[in-house]
Write a protein that binds this ligand. Structure first.
Ligand code: PLP
Length: 371
């Protein structure tokens, strides 16, 4: 199989699997128990916390592990609004992940006022529009760093500054940015996920600026500084830590590799494809392309040994065209003619070239053109 779905999830790094194994097999102690074995597990978790914090790179805050980035985003939004007095507005963006948009909708159903900012045809926010929407009733502004569908990079530092000018907090969904692009200083809260950086599934984290602590969402034994109860999995935490350390160490080489793949993919695509989203403010491990009139689902069905996606993995299979592609102005028909290719550390140039050539040939055949 040629795996080109890096935005959905990434292959687990061999170093991660090796580091996790002892914590699944012989080192099974509860990390919250005072025994020697428990303390050893707790120490491994603290090391992982340090490694994930370093990969995030933001200063003046601390990190709590969660079961996923979805949980971290739910916690950040619901927990912040629970504590905020006198402010009942949430501002977010039409192209956010469902973990943010659906949580905001849920909050709207409980009386909060929700603004979903539009983006331009390039998928980017206009800062003047953001500024115009902000006032002293806004409690939180939630904007993602790298878009999971079209790879565009929002100006997070500038948005955080605008949020702070009106006394609001800024939440950044940094899931697709971690290890790939720098997370700019500015957010008060940032959510990340291990499985997007070659770590295990089932673990995420919320970074919180000092003094900014959303009210707990999960109550119980008081783990994670009393903010997120539940026994932590040393195996998952260690796996996340090693993945984060690798992402930090390999940042430059991963970047250079992705650039090489991006150039290879671009050079072998025929001219009929249009790239969705900004060409300049973009992470190059995401190539979202559209050939109007082509049935992208049919290409996916035909190329059974190539893994790639129609839109976001979450929306795939729902039959709904991507909300992100619609937000950048694509018709439902063009959204259905769009394909997302995601590649990274373990993708070879040959794989990208082979897959792109076959996708291109399948599209040409559909259009009645010689492949
Ligand atoms: N935010 C973005 C941008 C994502 O791409 C994803 C995963 O698809 C999530 C949030 C949710 O992450 P998790 O799978 O850890 O819940």
């Amino acid at each position: 199989m040629i795996y080109l779905d890096y935005q959905a999830t990434t292959p687990v790094a061999p170093e991660v699997a090796d580091a996790m194994r002892p914590w699944i097999e012989e080192k099974f102690a509860n990390p919250h128990s005072p025994s020697r074995w428990g303390r050893e597990a707790a120490a491994a978790i603290e090391m992982a916390r340090k490694e994930v914090s370093e990969a995030i790179g933001l200063t003046g805050g601390r990190l709590a592990f969660t079961g996923s980035a979805t949980e971290a985003l739910n916690w950040a939004l619901k927990g912040t609004l629970e504590k905020t007095k006198g402010r009942n507005r949430i501002v977010t963006v039409a192209t956010e992940h469902a973990a943010v948009l659906d949580t905001c909708e849920w909050l709207k159903g409980r009386g909060f006022d929700l603004t979903r900012l539009p983006v331009g045809a390039d998928g980017l926010l206009n800062l003047e529009n953001v500024k115009a929407e902000l006032d002293d009733r806004v409690a939180i502004v939630a904007v993602m760093l790298v878009n999971n569908e079209i790879g565009v990079i929002q100006p997070i530092a500038e948005i955080a500054e605008l949020a702070h000018e009106v006394g609001a907090l800024m939440l950044c969904d940094a899931v697709q940015g971690l290890g790939r692009v720098e997370i700019p200083e500015g957010p008060d809260l940032a959510a990340v996920s291990a499985h997007k950086i070659h770590g295990p599934k089932g673990i995420g984290a919320l970074w919180m600026r000092d003094g900014v602590e959303p009210a707990p969402l999960i109550h119980g034994g008081g783990q994670e500084m009393g903010l997120r109860s539940g026994t932590l999995s040393p195996a998952l935490c260690v796996g996340f830590g090693v993945a984060a350390k690798l992402a930090t160490e390999r940042r430059q080489s991963d970047h250079e590799h992705v650039e090489e793949l991006w150039i290879a993919a671009g050079s072998s695509l025929m001219t009929d494809w249009i790239i969705n989203g900004s060409m300049t403010q973009r992470y190059h491990g995401n190539l979202n392309i559209c050939w109007p009139g082509v049935d992208a689902a049919r290409i996916i069905a035909e190329l059974r040994d190539v893994a790639f996606s129609l839109g976001s993995a979450c929306a795939s299979g729902s039959g709904r065209p991507s909300h992100v592609l619609r937000a950048i102005g694509l018709s439902d028909r063009d959204a259905r003619s769009s394909i997302r290719l995601g590649f990274g550390r373990y993708t070879s140039k040959e794989e990208v070239l082979d897959a792109v050539n076959r996708i291109d040939a399948a599209a040409r055949t559909q259009r009645g053109l010689a492949a």
